[in-house]
Design a protein around this ligand. Structure first.
Ligand code: CTP
Ligand code: MG
Length: 230
C-alpha cells in the first residue's frame, strides 16, 4: 500500500462548547468529521483511512462515515492531537509508504490538495498545505507590550493535510514521546522538523478554515453551501 490517511477527530471541542465532541457535532446537516472523511475516502491517492475518534464514540464515528473506495478503520484517540496521531499511526500497516494527516476540524479540504501535498514530498520528507499571513504578526511580552514586528515575509500558517514519508513520521513521533514532548506539538510538521526532517509548504489559496468556535460553524456552512451549489 502506498498511502494511508489519518483523520484526527478525537478532540473534545472545549472552545466550541457544544456539549458533545466537536467532530460529531452537526455542520450543514452532517457530523463535522463526515465532510473531510468523504474527501479522503474518495481520493484516488488514498488506499486506507484511519479515523481517530473520541474514545467511547467509535460507533457514532462509523455511522457518520459515508461511502468511499478506501479501506476504513476507527480507533480511539488520546490526550492531545499528537497523541491521537501516534495512536492512528499504530493502525497504519507496515509497508505503507506515505501517511497523510488531516484535521476533522477542516471540513473544506479541496480534493486537489491531496495529490498536491503528496507530490510535494518528491524531494523532501514532508509537505504541508499552508497559506501566507494576511495580518501583521506581533511578538508581545507578559505585559502584552509589543517587543517585535517580525514582518510577514517568509511566515506561513500551517494547515492540514500534511503528508510525510511514513517511516520519518513514525521516527518523529517516537522521538518526541521519548523526550516527553509529544503533547506540546500542535502539528505533525513540527515533530518531523524535530528530527531534522525536511518539510515543504504547498501554497493553498482555497478556503480551508479550522472550525473552532460557533461562529466558525456558520461560516463553514455558508462556504460548503456555495461550493456544493457551484
Ligand atoms: N484532536 C484529536 N485528539 C485530541 C485533540 C485534538 O484528534 N486529543 C483533533 C481534533 O479532533 C481536531 C484537530 O485535532 O480535528 C485539531 O484540534 P482542535 O481544532 O483544537 O480541536 P479540539 O481539540 O477538539 O478543540 P478545543 O481545542 O477547542 O478543545
Ligand atoms: Mg485542541
Amino acid at each position: 500500500m502506498r498511502c494511508a490517511a489519518i483523520l484526527v477527530a478525537a478532540g473534545s471541542g472545549v472552545r466550541m462548547g457544544a456539549g458533545l465532541p466537536k467532530a460529531l457535532m452537526p455542520l450543514g446537516g452532517r457530523p463535522l468529521l463526515a465532510w473531510a472523511a468523504d474527501v479522503l475516502m474518495n481520493s484516488p491517492a488514498v488506499e486506507m483511512l484511519v479515523v481517530v475518534g473520541p474514545p467511547g464514540h467509535e460507533a457514532e464515528v462509523f455511522a457518520a462515515l459515508g461511502d468511499g473506495d478506501a479501506e476504513v478503520a476507527v480507533v480511539p484517540g488520546g490526550e492531545s492531537r499528537s497523541h491521537s496521531v501516534a495512536l492512528g499511526l499504530e493502525a497504519v500497516p507496515p509497508g505503507v509508504e506515505y501517511v497523510l494527516v488531516h484535521d476533522a476540524a477542516r471540513p473544506l479540504i479541496a480534493p486537489a490538495l491531496i495529490p498536491a501535498v503528496l507530490e510535494g514530498i518528491a524531494d523532501a520528507d514532508g509537505a504541508i498545505a499552508a497559506a501566507p499571513l494576511a495580518d501583521t504578526p506581533k511578538r508581545v511580552d507578559a505585559e502584552r507590550e509589543i517587543t517585535e514586528t517580525p514582518g510577514r515575509e517568509g511566515l506561513w500558517l500551517a494547515q492540514t493535510p500534511q503528508a510525510f514519508r511514513a517511516e520519518v513520521l513514525r521516527e518523529a513521533v517516537m522521538h518526541a514521546a521519548e523526550l516527553g514532548r509529544l503533547h506540546d506539538a500542535t502539528d505533525c510538521a513540527s515533530l518531523v522538523e524535530g528530527v531534522g526532517g525536511r518539510v515543504r509548504v504547498v501554497p493553498n489559496a482555497a478556503p480551508n478554515m479550522k472550525v473552532t468556535t460557533p461562529s466558525d460553524v456558520r461560516i463553514a456552512e455558508l462556504l460548503l453551501g456555495e461550493r456544493d451549489a457551484g
